[in-house]
Design a protein around this ligand. Structure first.
Ligand code: GLC
Length: 408
């Protein structure tokens, strides 16, 4: 299996979109507000019209931002499917938009040269057996897997041609063991008391499920949230890399505090914070999956656009420093962090030194030359007292993370 596209991607777009985009309170709303599924469907399903759905526009934004793949929530925890399915009427062809929304997404990815990731939630709040769990209701749980989970995943892997990634989601027991630092304590406390708190890969028959996927899509990459390690590790709302330095990994973060459309949350990250996160993940060899949460019509909002454009402007000059880079012994110092690729070391200047130099501690490696990645401006190197000092680095630059290149 060729995973090089993933290793070299650096950046991708996460898209949280579905009937949960209607109520404007994020994708956890039905659970957090204890809305019975029947009432949830009556209130919101047909309002999810996707009138302005244009995945080509999303793809253009992704390309503009320097992203190499897109991952769409084809079914989130509310169980509503954006794809045509024989398993339930709660899908976009029968209700709401009355058309398959996954097909045009996959086509847009292909048209714009983006790899295509399909997010699929194993948890499904619309199925009573999921809520009671495999221990209380084993027979019904088995039916849930046989009539919902397996056939839906099969449909996703059969009906749309080549898919590049299955991005499972789960509610608890995610392999990184970390909770969101943008903590939503309510749902964490609530989910602690559900019977399906301690689900395992055995409960989901994940081995069998993933074997099925690989048979249908031999080149596909699968994330770690079926509770098996599979091809790559996922960190959520944190930038902590996996322990194994050779493991492929990806961090996903929100741009405001929510994944799904939530207009009452205008607390978007600064451009600096987003670039900081991208480079902090790159210095550990990971990809960054930046989330957007379109509204029920499929529109990206102005804040998201603004951030994507700024990321794109930065990527135009600096993409070389985040694609396909790996961890580097020199990582760390008062300036920020570092990664390497081939004969180059990239130093991400998170914080400027007003005096116009940076210090790389414990560095005796003799580099041939150094320059600024965005402007090509040459820098001078001075070795002293077991450290390397690079002279000529920029002073403070608002909303920018300048990159220094050291050539071996
Ligand atoms: C968590 C949340 C979910 C979100 C996902 C993204 O699992 O439950 O709503 O889609 O994180 O990583």
């Amino acid at each position: 299996m060729d995973t090089s596209w993933f290793r070299n991607a650096g950046l991708g777009m996460f898209i949280h979109w579905g009937m949960f985009s209607v109520h404007c309170r994020g994708e956890w709303c039905p659970y957090q507000e204890q809305i019975p599924i029947k009432e949830y469907d009556e209130r919101y399903m047909d309002l999810f019209t996707a009138d302005e759905y244009d995945p080509e526009l999303w793809a253009q934004y992704a390309v503009r931002a320097g992203m190499k793949y897109m991952t769409l929530t084809t079914k989130h925890h509310d169980g509503f499917c954006l794809f045509d399915t024989k398993t339930t009427d709660r899908n976009a062809v029968k209700r709401g938009p009355k058309r398959d929304l996954v097909r045009p997404f996959v086509e847009a990815c292909r048209k714009y040269g983006l790899k295509c990731g399909l997010y699929f939630s194993l948890p499904d709040w619309s199925v009573p057996a999921f809520m009671t769990g495999p221990h209380l209701t084993p027979k019904e749980w088995g039916e849930f897997l046989d009539t919902i989970v397996f056939p839906q995943v099969r449909e996703l892997c059969t009906n749309y041609g080549k898919i590049d990634m299955i991005w499972y989601d789960n509610i608890v027991g995610m392999s990184n063991g970390k909770e969101s630092f943008e903590v939503n304590t309510n749902f964490r406390e609530a989910s602690d008391s559900t019977p399906n708190e301690k689900l395992t890969a055995e409960d989901y028959r994940s081995r069998e499920l993933n074997a099925m996927i690989r048979k249908l899509q031999p080149d596909i990459m699968i994330n770690d949230r079926s509770l098996l390690p599979e091809d790559f590790y996922t960190a959520e709302q944190n930038l902590t890399p996996p322990k194994d330095p050779n493991r492929l990994w990806e961090a996903c973060i929100t741009l405001n505090k929510h994944w799904g459309f939530y207009p009452a949350d205008p607390y978007y990250k600064s451009i600096f914070e987003v670039l900081h996160s991208i480079t902090a993940v790159a210095c550990h060899g990971g990809n960054m999956l930046l989330n957007i949460g379109p509204d029920r019509y499929g529109r990206i909002n102005n804040d998201e656009r603004r951030i994507l454009e700024a990321v794109g402007d930065w990527m135009k000059k600096n993409e070389e420093a985040v694609r396909g880079v790996e961890r580097c012994r020199m990582n760390g110092g008062s300036y920020g962090c570092a990664a390497q690729k081939g004969n180059k070391v990239y130093l991400y200047l998170h914080f400027a030194n007003e005096e116009g130099f940076i210090t790389i501690p414990h560095c005796t490696e003799k580099f041939k030359s150094a320059y600024m990645l965005d402007s090509g401006k040459p820098l001078t190197l001075e070795y002293k007292q077991g450290k390397l000092v690079v002279h000529g680095t920029p002073r403070y630059e608002y909303n920018n993370i300048p990159v220094v290149v050291l050539e071996r």
